[in-house]
Design a protein around this ligand. Structure first.
Ligand code: NAG
Ligand code: NAG
Ligand code: NAG
Ligand code: NAG
Length: 161
């Protein structure tokens, strides 16, 4: 049992991307960009709430439908939700035409199980000219793709102990 805990701890530590509660995702964008914030759950829910900096309303999915009424005005006409993905437990949203004020912490809250996914978004001023070392957005997608692999390794390791 002790060894098991150690392995879990070590793997989580090594990946540096995982906490016990949620997978901490970080996105780095420039003013005017778009970003798709991922929120994947294993089970479906009809009520999912996206919030910015704890309380600001981004998207509320109520009774299986995105409900724009109570949306904070800094997000008006800037969000897209993907209802066709809900049956897959995918409650990701897209934010468009980013401004500096959109930086911060986003949470995707699944009411049914009281679970949260947290995402940190950085928004920077547009650089005068593109810097050669600018982080490519494909880096995030790569680190997302690696997650199932890490989970598989973790599962296998637990099995072997
Ligand atoms: C949002 O879009 C609607 C329709 O496209 C438009 O009438 C409205 O003025 C827009 N609101 C903002 C804040 O841009
Ligand atoms: C979730 O839906 C978004 C929007 O359609 C899509 O970009 C993303 O790839 C989907 N994620 C998964 C894991 O299916
Ligand atoms: C949200 O929090 C981030 C980081 O603390 C901050 O930069 C941003 O201005 C905040 N945005 C709003 C609209 O409160
Ligand atoms: C970023 O990725 C895109 C495709 O994902 C590629 O076309 C582009 O050249 C990359 N840019 C840099 C600076 O690596």
């Amino acid at each position: 049992m002790k060894a098991r805990c150690w392995v879990i701890y070590l793997l989580l530590h090594l990946t540096g991307k995982v906490s016990l509660q949620d997978f901490a995702n970080k996105f780095d964008r420039v003013v005017g960009d778009s970003v798709t914030l991922p929120c994947i759950y294993k089970l479906q829910s009809t009520d999912v709430f996206w919030r910015h900096n704890v309380s600001r309303k981004v998207v509320s999915i109520i009774s299986g439908k995105p409900s724009p009424e109570s949306q904070d005005e800094i997000f008006r006409n800037r969000t897209e939700s993907f209802p066709s993905e809900y049956p897959e437990g995918n409650y990701s949203i897209e934010l468009k035409d980013l401004e500096l004020t959109h930086a911060g912490i986003y949470t995707c809250f699944l009411q049914k199980t009281n679970e949260k996914r947290k995402i940190q978004l950085f928004v920077r001023e547009k650089p005068e000219k593109p810097t050669p070392n600018q982080r490519n957005s494909s880096m995030e997608t790569q680190s997302l793709k690696i997650m199932p692999f890490l989970i598989a390794v973790l599962g296998l390791t637990l099995h072997l102990i």
